[in-house]
Design a protein around this ligand. Sequence first.
Ligand code: COA
Length: 345
Amino acid sequence: MPDSQTGNNQMGNSQPGSSAGTQPSPDGVTAAGIGPWGFTITGIGAALPDKVLTNQDLTAWMDTTDEWIRERTGISERRIGGSTSGLATEAARIALAEASVDAADIDQVILATTSPDYICPGTAPAVANELGLQCGAFDVQAACSGWVYGLIVANGLMLQGMDRILVIGAESLDRITDYHDRGTGILFGNGAGAAVVERTGTGGGELLSWDLGSAGNFVHILYAEHGDVLKMDGKEVFRQAVTVIQHSANTSLERAGLTVDDIDLVIPHQANVRIVESAWRKLGFSMDKTAMVLERTGNTSAASIPLALKDAELNGRVNPGDTVMFIGFGAGMTWASAIVRWAER
Ligand code: COA
């Protein structure tokens, strides 16, 4: 991301090596010799806690208005309550049912979260246990980019021979949000989304390209210390987010040999609709091709992209053969994008 002091672009090559060496080749034969290769999302699940916290509710104790929050963020309400493991398990069960996959056939659970049940251990083993699994299970802490990080890691594990992986994003951000703070309290909410990712034969879907990056020099613009709530420099987060979205989207497009017009649907992290609109103006994406659930969920960090994916699926916006781009960005800072071609059915 451009250095905030100098304006220099210091992002460099955030995907090590050439894309040819790190991604499945177009004919589906992988470096590990596994081929025929396919990467297919076969089931998607979403879970939100029942308790709704509206903008109007916030006005009872905060000097704000529903209109101000909607205009500045695009958010009308968010959900609170539930636990990260509980929401994750609920979303995972829905994804497994849709994929017609028995939990016992899952090889790995990857859970992206920035609000784990405990600081230690991770939350993924608890979710695996709830599902009756003893397979590998670990958390990804890459804040709001976490689910896309998880998806790319899943691709790597499948290159090593795994067949079915649960990639979950789940948050109970109400545990680290001060709902009296006008900067952060208006933004964050709880929820979970999950995807069953399967290795399939050629003709299945494909991870066409990806980009991962971080800029740890920006840790101070969005962070929570142990036992404390999230602290944020909202204006700086906004500025940096718009920059890294453009960088990561352009990098993934270039690596896939695609242009904006080739993308059927974009699913960005749901932080603030104005962040997305600003980045889109520069990239040339349209809001018509964008999946958004922010208005009803608020910012659910690692859960936001799979929640928007589920909503898009329910509304018939993800179809066989479609090319879908995911773009995550958030605290760290971290960013991640991935372009996935949906399986032909
Ligand atoms: N309700 C009403 N007024 C508010 C307010 C609120 N919740 N928060 C701030 N204001 C007021 C300020 O007091 C200020 O008033 P003034 O002009 O009279 O001094 C004015 O609104 C502008 O405040 P500012 O802090 O500059 O607001 P902003 O335009 O930067 O919006 C955010 C604040 C948080 C909505 C915005 O910075 C943002 O969304 N940033 C990105 C955050 C994000 O997405 N984080 C997660 C990334 S993964």
